[in-house]
Design a protein. Structure first.
Length: 166
């Protein structure tokens, strides 16, 4: 089985790793952990002249590398593993890149987190997880943070949403 794990915060790393580590995967299971840097600033010529722009992008890349490495180590510490784990930091629109990697690799399962936003905050901030569910070429597991962990969210629901396309 090939599992694509898209991460965007350390809070989600803990929840996703607990989910992955709680399951008995086949010995041939492979995980690819990715994070997508959404560089909207790169599309704007007005900001590229700023002297600190390059350092901002480099800092984002370093934080992203740390994020995927953290997830990899959380999974590698599980007793039932080792499984093959690769990590990758990409640039682009998160939904597009997650779906692209899922098609190209190809993934059997995608695991993503959802912030659980509702109403106007969901509309203005978008929902990567919803778009991935709609466009994915395989099954998708959407995980939410426990309510005590959720920050600035209007939702108090927790849990797992599994969407299967079979």
């Amino acid at each position: 089985m090939k599992i694509l794990i898209a991460v965007d915060s350390l809070d989600f790393n803990k929840v996703i790793a607990e989910f992955v580590n709680a399951h008995n995967w086949n010995s041939d299971t492979m995980c690819k952990v990715i994070h997508v840097i959404e560089n909207q600033l790169l599309d704007s010529s007005e900001v590229t002249f700023l002297p600190f722009f390059d350092s901002l992008i480099e800092n984002e890349r370093v934080e992203s590398e740390n994020l995927v490495a953290d997830m990899s180590s959380r999974i590698n510490n599980a007793e039932q593993f080792p499984i093959q784990i690769t990590t990758e930091v990409l640039e682009g629109h998160p939904c597009d890149r997650v779906v692209q990697i899922a098609r190209e690799w190809p993934a059997d399962l995608i695991i993503v987190g959802s912030h659980g936003r509702k109403g106007i905050s969901r509309f203005t901030l978008g929902s990567v997880s919803s778009a991935v569910v709609a466009l994915a070429p395989c099954s998708v597991v959407v995980l939410r943070l426990p309510p005590a962990t959720m920050k600035n969210s209007e939702s108090n629901a927790e849990g797992v949403l599994v969407i299967s396309l079979a």
